[in-house]
Design a protein around this ligand. Structure first.
Ligand code: FES
Length: 162
């Protein structure tokens, strides 16, 4: 999500909902991340204040759990598997191909916030190796041609067309 397009009213509503709950930091952060795609740094202080915590404590939790991201991610988050089963089936060349097509390195997000590229240890679909995920969708038995066609489905121009 492009940080410039943030609707802060949603943050206020999420905070209000969790304010009275005990042990509510994690579910609150989860909801913020679901709505915004990440935890905006500007959200840390109001969250801390509402839960009577220090901003550093909230920041610490958000940083500790790998499921939380403090950086904005693209609309399409690509997770390319680099696990053993996928490695044996050529995941390195798949990753290389994805990087070339998107002009991104691991952990990077495109300037238009369309794509974020990540790698993971195993997607739990080894029988489909080599695999990758785009958001919640699995793509398996990949080869460079298939990767190009998958990326085409998620490219911005394609979405604008249809
Ligand atoms: S190693 Fe790639 S899905 Fe398991």
């Amino acid at each position: 999500m492009d940080p410039k397009e943030i609707d802060w009213n949603k943050l206020t509503a999420i905070i209000e909902k969790h304010r009275t709950q005990k042990w509510s930091l994690i579910p609150l952060l989860q909801e913020v991340q679901e709505v915004y795609g990440y935890i905006p740094p500007e959200a840390i202080e109001p969250i801390a204040e509402s839960l009577k915590m220090l901003p550093a404590q909230v920041q610490g939790v958000a940083t500790f759990y790998s499921g939380f991201s403090l950086k904005p991610k693209g609309k399409c988050v690509l997770k390319v598997c680099r696990g053993t089963a996928c490695h044996v089936k050529g995941s390195r060349s798949i990753l290389r191909h994805v990087k070339k097509e998107l002009h991104l390195e691991e952990g990077e997000t495109s300037e238009d916030y369309q794509f974020t590229l990540e790698t993971v240890a195993c997607l739990g679909a080894c029988f489909l190796a080599p695999t990758m995920m785009v958001n919640r969708e699995y793509y398996g038995k990949l080869n460079p041609t298939k990767v190009t066609s998958v990326l085409g489905q998620y490219s911005k121009n394609k979405e604008d067309d249809g």
